[in-house]
Write a protein that binds this ligand. Structure first.
Ligand SMILES: *Cc1c(COP(=O)(O)O)cnc(C)c1O
Length: 382
């Protein structure tokens, strides 16, 4: 069978071949395999130099100082470190987040909530956007942290981080932003965005899985407590021997993204238009989430009269995501779609199509024709 067309870039991206080529240099006996923390020989120094160069590349994409980048195992760990690390040691704490955050934030906040931290769960409008005023209205004297994502991974909608951050800064409340789906997709600039902590992931940006970073602002100085203790690496915030090849891969991936960002956005906008254009002949298709405030690469669509499970079965030649978590035997509709007020029925009819760097016009034409065909067929046999 022909390989399916990959339309699940929001779940993960393939590693850019230029990234893989760079990574292999840091693994083998003839390469720079040393422990970056080894101070007594050149193997260590070379690995350390590579780690620091990569730190600079990741910092550069978001306009941070390299000293503000802490390496982690991925955005999940970054989210945990940011939120638990900010709350640690406070006896009375209130945090604000939303019901459509990634599970890495939702479950971390629930874990804290079960341990006595007060959590306010904001609900977005039907467009999937949290309004700044909602955040301001939820602030209390005990509020120490607000955690909101920059780009939602299921809907692609974008949060107004700048407006929210400016007010939080004035009130002395920490602001954590999960930017795993934003880096490399839209301009992210911590020099102008008043954000204190920002989670990043390697594998959403054509880097390897298993590596990420947490941006921790230096001015004004942000203090978080380590969640993993050991050799005191990463200025005491995250211990553990750094995976040089992973770190170098993430650095290279971020450098490639920075260089090509404007062209990539333009390309994805064009492919998006081709994809949606290809579905125009089909009635009863609705886009979930904001039409205007979004990234081009993520399209969450509901198909009237067709449930996502049957549609996915029909679309075996496309690799897409239903947004539903198939935990146990029952298929739960996406909590994000429920979070924007979609009925259970409509949430069951949604599929997420996400495109990226290696998506071609031919694949888009094939995909949209397949969808039209399968939806039409499924509706005919209803
Ligand atoms: C993928 C993703 C994560 C988790 O990142 P990992 O690096 O896979 O741990 C967190 N937040 C968002 C918004 C994501 O899309």
């Amino acid at each position: 069978m022909k390989k399916p067309v990959y339309l699940d870039y929001a779940a993960t991206t393939p590693v850019d071949p230029a990234v893989a080529e760079e990574m292999i240099k840091y693994l083998t006996p003839d390469g720079f395999f040393g422990n970056p923390a080894s101070r007594s020989h050149g193997f260590g120094w070379q690995a350390e130099a590579a780690v620091e160069a990569a730190r600079g590349q990741v910092a550069s994409l978001i306009h941070a100082d390299p000293r503000e980048i802490v390496w982690t195992s991925g955005a999940t760990e970054s989210d945990n470190l940011a939120i638990k690390g900010a709350v640690a040691g406070r006896d009375k704490a209130h945090i604000i987040t939303s019901v459509i955050e990634h599970k890495a934030v939702v479950d971390t906040c629930k874990w804290l909530e079960a341990r006595g931290v007060e959590v306010t769960w904001l609900e977005p409008g039907s467009d999937g956007v949290i309004q700044p005023q909602q955040v301001f209205d939820a602030l209390k004297p005990e509020t120490i942290l607000v955690s909101l994502m920059l780009v939602n991974n299921e809907l692609g909608c974008v949060t107004d981080i700048s407006t929210i951050g400016a007010e939080l800064r004035a009130r002395g409340v920490l602001f954590h932003v999960d930017a795993a789906q934003a880096a490399g997709k839209i301009a992210v600039d911590v020099a102008t965005m008043p954000v204190d902590l920002m989670s990043l992931s390697g594998h959403k940006v054509y880097g390897p899985k298993g590596v990420g970073a947490l941006y921790v602002r230096r001015s004004p100085d942000v203090r978080i407590e380590a969640q993993i203790h050991g050799g005191g690496h990463e200025r005491g915030m995250r211990s553990g021997t750094l995976p040089t090849h992973q770190v170098v891969g993430m650095g290279k991936a971020f450098a490639i993204s920075e260089l090509g960002l404007v062209d990539e956005i333009r390309k994805l906008e064009a492919l998006r238009a081709e994809f949606l254009g290809g579905l125009e002949g089909l009635s009863g298709v609705s886009l979930n989430g904001s039409e205007t405030c979004r990234v081009p690469g993520i399209m969450n669509l509901s198909f009237e009269g067709v449930d996502a499970e049957s549609l996915m079965l029909g679309l075996r030649q496309l690799a897409v995501s239903s947004g539903s978590a198939c935990a146990s035997a029952t298929i739960e509709p996406s909590y994000v779609l429920r979070g924007i007020g979609l009925s259970e029925e409509l949430a069951h009819r949604a599929l997420r199509f996400s495109i990226g760097r290696f998506t071609t016009s031919e694949e888009i034409a094939f995909a949209s024709a397949q969808i039209v065909d399968v939806v039409t067929r499924l509706r005919a046999v209803r």
